[in-house]
Design a protein around this ligand. Sequence first.
Ligand code: ZN
Length: 241
Amino acid sequence: MRAAVISDVHANYHALEAVLGQIDGADVDAVWCLGDTVGYGPRPNDCCEVVQERAEHCLVGNHDLVVLGELTVSDFNDEAAAAALWTSQVLTPSSRAFLERLAPVAALDGVDLFHASARDPIWEYVLTEEAARATLELSDAPLVLVGHSHVALALTFDGDEVVGGLAPEGFEVELDGRWLLNPGSVGQPRDGDPRAAWLLLDLARRFAAFHRVPYSIEETQSEMRERGLPAVLAARLERGE
Ligand code: ZN
């Protein structure tokens, strides 16, 4: 069983297409998506359509939920709130119906999926050893996948200690013991590498590999300008932060 894991697409269609192009050459049986398909970016409906078509399992994230009206914009910073309001105005009924069917957690055979964390599947960033430990201890699956932070990570237990950290392009993991992996973000990476991120899992061979794909950041930025989305959101894409 080989799966491609994507997360935090954030309505960045060019990044999504680039990632799926590489996934198409990777001989996978399934695509899993950890949520935040919309928010921030300029092409929410195109991204919903493609993710719905391609992902066998898909979670809902905080940015999806605010667009659906299930969270309030006052919980978001100004730029994220402005993008969420714009998204809610342009979201088609079919995109809305797709997002409304999704949950922020899923349990597959030996793999637990959370948009954010096991402790708080919608909001908590797993960026500290303490947060990683809490999620690993609340789950009993050998492998735990989280998104939300937009930072590609690989963490595991060494005895009683949580070890690991950033997982850059080309980083590979032998999945012995228990692991917590974050594939990074397709549409708005925040780990200093602006390329779109995805994660290959080979569950038979117990192997994971982190990938980054270049895409036309300029095209997404120009679509954001055309739609009047906040300039700071467009600018951050080229810095990967
Ligand atoms: Zn996100």
